[in-house]
Design a protein around this ligand. Structure first.
Ligand SMILES: [Zn+2]
Length: 254
């Protein structure tokens, strides 16, 4: 059974077939899906999916690219407290690829810290988005020794991965690892023990090879298990079993 630990089914690209697609997941070997929120509206939608589908869980929070229209962390807190299938604060973090303005980057750090404080207060793990902000993301992560989580769509170095493992974090990979230029990710996968790796699609983005360029869905998450199995020279079944265990452990799923 596969666990897609990061997929955005709130995205409009699923409007036409969302329910049929989601209902087809268990029969296709995808037994668990976690849908993170990116702002208040998508966090609410993520919660509604978790309440509709047995195999779905939610995270709630503000993505660093979604801070422009106001941030209501009290509402995020209320959602997390009121709904037992909210299992993380996320996705949160820093995105310096899309944000070049120094003041706005500082605001991203402020909101990242506030959401780490919230995760600590609620004893929830975090789902971290780090794009071109490795040093600052790591520093803020290390300020919160009581918070655990996962770095999703990991793009940092093997050295940084070691720091994150020491901080109790998991490392998660998308379809990027199936691309031809994935040399750096392959090095990280070799360096990180299987019991700290997770897999995800980041649907509808990042479709793995050979589906690159199409709308992604959890139906393709097996490609990440197969790719990690090849890199680590172990069976796909073993990768599937352990990465699912890892996700269940981090997100407290029985
Ligand atoms: Zn995402």
């Amino acid at each position: 059974m596969l666990f897609d630990t990061h997929a955005h089914y709130d995205d409009g690209r699923f409007d036409e077939d969302r329910d049929a697609l989601l209902r087809s997941m268990p029969e296709n070997g995808v037994g668990l899906i976690l849908n993170p929120g990116c702002d208040l509206a998508t966090s609410r939608t993520a919660v509604s999916f978790a309440e509709t589908y047995d195999f779905m869980y939610a995270a709630v929070g503000y993505h660093p690219e979604n801070l422009e229209n106001g941030v209501d962390l009290d509402a995020i807190r209320t959602l997390a407290e009121a709904h037992p299938k909210v299992r993380a604060i996320g996705e949160i973090g820093l995105d310096y690829y899309w944000e070049k303005d120094a003041e706005k980057r500082a605001y991203q750090r402020e909101i990242f810290r506030s959401q780490m404080v919230l995760a600590e207060a609620l004893s929830l793990p975090v789902i971290v988005h780090d794009r071109d902000a490795h040093a600052d993301c790591l520093a803020i992560t290390q300020e919160f020794a009581n918070v655990r989580g996962v770095y999703h769509c990991y793009a940092g170095s093997a050295e940084m991965a070691h720091e994150l493992l020491n901080a109790g974090y998991y490392i998660s990979f998308t379809g990027v690892i199936t691309f031809k230029n994935a040399r750096k990710a392959i090095e990280v996968i070799r360096a990180v023990p299987l019991d700290r790796l997770m897999i995800e699609t980041d649907s509808p983005y990042m479709a793995p090879e050979p589906y690159r360029g199409r709308r992604n869905s959890s139906l393709y998450v097996h490609r990440m298990a197969e790719t990690i199995a090849e890199i680590k020279d172990i069976s796909t079944a073993e990768v599937e079993r352990v990465t699912t265990e890892n996700g269940k452990k981090l997100f407290s799923i029985d």
